[in-house]
Design a protein around this ligand. Structure first.
Ligand code: AMP
Length: 171
């Protein structure tokens, strides 16, 4: 992971002044890094009887779909408003840089599902907490959350139940 950490590019003042954006595009461009990250994200959940992976738009789609493949389950997209074509649940929340909303198809998961949430970065935890609430609206169980990067100084982890929050790289 130390070598992958060096591939992450800091972009100052993006998308807003004062934000240091953690750019993972050089990491996903590298086949070995992408494979290693996918395996490491899935590893703690191999025995967790996960039935679906849910990923947050947009970078959670990349890692989430790969982790779903690794765990042998399907993928559920948690999307920005107005993008999903069928009936949706929605949750509004605050971002590190602004306000937004996430939506999920009402029939994407059921009470029988054990869901793993996957995203690229855990920052303030607003997105992850909203995703938790969103998946909960379909009464599915959330078995854990996996992030490539956790920004420790923002304490996002405090927004989530302490069990099974797993991050590969800490800043
Ligand atoms: P938050 O809701 O504050 O935990 O923010 C997490 C979401 O915003 C994730 O979906 C990230 O893709 C994105 N994000 C927030 N802060 C950063 C950052 N410093 N660098 C890259 N992405 C970020």
């Amino acid at each position: 992971m130390q070598q992958i950490k060096t591939q992450i590019r800091d972009i100052p003042d993006f998308p807003a002044p004062g934000i240091v954006f953690k750019d993972l595009t050089p990491v996903i461009r590298d086949a070995n890094s992408l494979r290693r990250i996918t395996r490491k994200l899935a590893e703690p959940f191999q025995q967790s009887k996960i039935t679906a992976v849910a990923g947050m738009e947009a970078r959670g789609f990349i890692f989430g779909a790969l982790v779903a493949q690794e765990l042998g389950v399907g993928f559920v997209p948690l999307r920005k408003p107005g993008k999903l074509p069928s009936d949706t649940h929605s949750v509004a929340y605050e971002l590190e840089y602004g306000k937004t909303m996430l939506e999920m198809h009402t029939d994407a998961v059921t009470v029988k599902d054990r869901v793993l949430l996957v995203d690229d970065v855990l920052a303030t935890g607003g997105t992850a907490a909203a995703s938790y609430e969103l998946v909960g609206k379909s009464n599915a169980e959330i078995a854990g959350c996996a992030f490539v990067i956790e920004l420790d100084f923002l304490n996002g982890r405090k927004q989530l139940p302490p069990q099974n929050v797993h991050s590969l790289i800490h800043f």
